[in-house]
Design a protein around this ligand. Sequence first.
Ligand SMILES: [Zn+2]
Length: 251
Amino acid sequence: MRHKCFISSKTEDFNYKKYILENMDIDLIDKSLNDAIDSDDEEYIMQVIRRDYLSDSTVTIFLIGSKSSDALGWEEQKYIKRELQGSLYHGQGNTQSGILGIVLPQMNDSVYRGSYSCIRCGGSHNHVNVRDTTISEFSYNYYIPNGDKCAWSEDDRFCVLVTWEEFVKAPEDYIHRAFNKREHLLLKKQKFILDITINKLKLWLFQKFYLMLQFLSQKAFQKLFLGNFSNQLKEETKVQSYLIVQKEMRT
Ligand SMILES: [Zn+2]
């Protein structure tokens, strides 16, 4: 199955985008956000981006070049930041897209920094530097906070990362991998909602069961103790009325 893709890139990396457009058999949305949307309202701008640029696509390809980092500031990165934010948005009329980061050749050494031995687990982890080389929308979803673990497994990440050299060998494979992350995340969300519903149901049943138990034990208590007590009371009343009758008869 082919997935509709949107390419997010800097003008400096246009040749790579052009190469994808002209040489790869990928279902692409041939638009990019280089024309300014005439508004100062950020929420409105994001709405337009989601509606006009991203509503059809399910995977966003982010080209990581030498000018793609947050260090260059908002004004420089506002287009790619908005494109990634819009891609990550999940709501009415726009589902979240998978994100595929492609490390362009000039960035290989800055991103892939070899391996290091971990003082916590004693194992070896790869040092992949996306924090200084990309925007936070990408790096956060590559290194999603994972609690107390010392390393990230493929399953802990939302963004998929690949070098340009590997990507050109099998573009559809990597696009599909990014798409699957999206499915995986949506399933996770659905499972989370299902778990909450089941827990609510359990709580409701438990409350009903508890109330029923309380009711039954009250009834049993009444029957055992109050029942005897009222019988005793009845007997006493009978005796007393008998005595009164006797007294009346005597007088
Ligand atoms: Zn470790």
